[in-house]
Design a protein around this ligand. Structure first.
Ligand SMILES: [Zn+2]
Length: 130
């Protein structure tokens, strides 16, 4: 298979570049505020830590766990957005990474980070589940 022409018109590429750029900015902002939310109570608690250790430690662990899973989700989404932007630059955006078919525009509008067409995505999900 020779290198296939880009799926998107330059206008469409611009449209998705803008959407994905906005999404990346939003996700980075969320990560930053999550980090801030975790940092500030931590610094105050550092001074008289020995006193009410049990409750504090428990509360902190929960916050950290929550932070961890939220941050992981956001970081994962950010990664998807960044990969989509890379594909956009490479001219492979909008083409299924499994079968090479063009991904329908409606799917991209709904899910701009989609890497695969519906059929291939479905196949992957079923094989993941086993
Ligand atoms: Zn496919």
């Amino acid at each position: 298979m020779a290198s296939s022409p880009p799926v998107l018109t330059p206008e469409e590429a611009d449209h998705f570049r803008e959407r994905l750029g906005q999404e990346a900015t939003r996700l980075r902002g969320m990560l930053t505020s999550l980090e801030r939310g975790l940092d500030s109570p931590d610094q105050d608690a550092n001074e008289d830590r020995s006193a009410a250790m049990d409750e504090d430690a428990a509360a902190e662990l929960t916050a950290q766990e929550q932070y961890g899973s939220q941050a992981r989700d956001i970081a994962h989404s950010l990664q998807m957005v960044e990969r989509a932007l890379e594909r956009l630059e490479a001219g492979t955006y909008g083409r299924c990474s499994d079968c090479g078919q063009a991904i329908p525009m409606a799917r991209l509008e709904f899910l701009p980070t989609a890497e695969r067409c519906v059929a291939c995505e479905g196949r992957r999900e079923t094989s993941h589940r086993r």
